[in-house]
Design a protein around this ligand. Structure first.
Ligand SMILES: [Mn+2]
Length: 323
């Protein structure tokens, strides 16, 4: 295991040398990758001697994040051919969606499964969000402005599911308080996350809940949506974020599984109340955290897929403990 630290001196030096900087956020972006990326972007653009771009390879961005300062600056392709890369919240280099051979990368993340693909790897799994890593690091190098604080706070709020996950501790609240002090507006950010849902997100949630099944003595809950469900409700990927949490919320459930049938592929989300579901993801070439992991598979029968995954959950002994 590599040493877990912030590499403040090394990062400061890299940033001061760089003329062009590309901030990369991961495919199928969530609020942590976008909030971390924009938080960094809002700091770096203040320095007029540098050119900075923020890029996401996906065609679709989570539109509910459009209140974050700089959101409209996110591009879908990289324009700089030579630049320092900063990757945000991304465990493996493939998830950035670009060919990055021979590029200098600062990897800012909190995934236990991070493949440490950067020249500098600021990866701290104990932190609740990549934005917490970025904030702890960059407050030592820059004066954090209000825009940046808002982005980091939004990412922290989202990755902790509004401060409810097991990763929440005093350090998280310390960071949150500091970010509010620096200008993040907690009420405004919470409103944007909880009171601006799309109709499609509720319609697809309804369909997903209709598929709920309990397995393994009600310790495993499964949900799925078909391509037809997605087409009928008009749901986009961001509309399906958080659906898996409903399955986990059941009293007896230890591990929750949500399977999305997309065009040509199947996307899987696993959540647990403590069991290490990243081990299940690893079996299928995926990654993630102890209590939240996922991966993508080639398209095949949905029910077969669910059965295979549940079998792996059992075989790995993830639900042997007491309820
Ligand atoms: Mn994250």
């Amino acid at each position: 295991m590599a040493e877990r630290r912030l590499y403040i001196t090394e990062v400061r030096e890299k940033l001061s040398e760089a003329r062009n900087i590309t901030i990369l956020t991961h495919l199928n972006p969530d609020a942590d990758t976008i909030g971390t990326g924009l938080g960094i972007y809002n700091l770096l653009v203040q320095n007029k001697t540098k050119r900075v771009e923020i890029v996401n390879a996906s065609k679709m961005l989570p539109q509910h994040l459009d209140f974050l300062p700089g959101f409209e600056k996110i591009k879908h392709k990289m324009d700089f051919e030579e630049s320092l890369i900063i990757s945000c919240d991304c465990g493996s280099i493939d998830r950035l969606g670009f060919t990055l051979e021979n590029r200098s990368i600062i990897n800012i993340d909190h995934h236990q499964s991070n493949e440490l693909y950067g020249e500098i790897n600021v990866v701290i799994p104990e932190y609740a969000s990549a934005s917490q890593v970025a904030f702890m690091l960059l407050k030592e190098i820059y004066e954090i402005n209000a825009g940046s604080a808002s982005c980091f706070y939004a990412a922290l709020l989202s990755d902790t599911r509004y401060f409810t996950t097991s990763s929440v501790n005093q350090k998280v609240f310390d960071a949150a308080r500091d970010l509010v002090e620096l200008g993040a507006d907690p009420a405004k950010i919470a409103y944007n996350f909880t009171q601006r849902r799309s109709l499609s997100s509720l319609r697809i949630l309804h369909r997903a809940l209709g598929s709920l099944e309990l397995k393994c003595n009600a310790r495993v809950a499964t949900l799925f949506v078909t391509e037809e469900d997605i087409a009928a409700t008009g749901a986009k990927m961001p509309d399906m974020e958080g659906i898996v949490d409903y399955a986990r919320s059941l009293k007896t459930v230890e591990v929750a599984l949500f399977v999305m049938e997309l065009k040509g592929e199947i996307r899987i989300s696993l959540r647990s109340k403590g069991a290490d579901v990243s081990r299940v993801a690893a079996v299928f070439g995926g990654g993630g955290h102890k209590v939240a992991a996922g991966w993508i598979m080639d398209k095949r029968d949905l029910h077969e897929t669910i059965d295979i995954i549940v079998k792996n959950i059992q075989n790995l002994g993830l639900i042997d403990g007491k309820i």
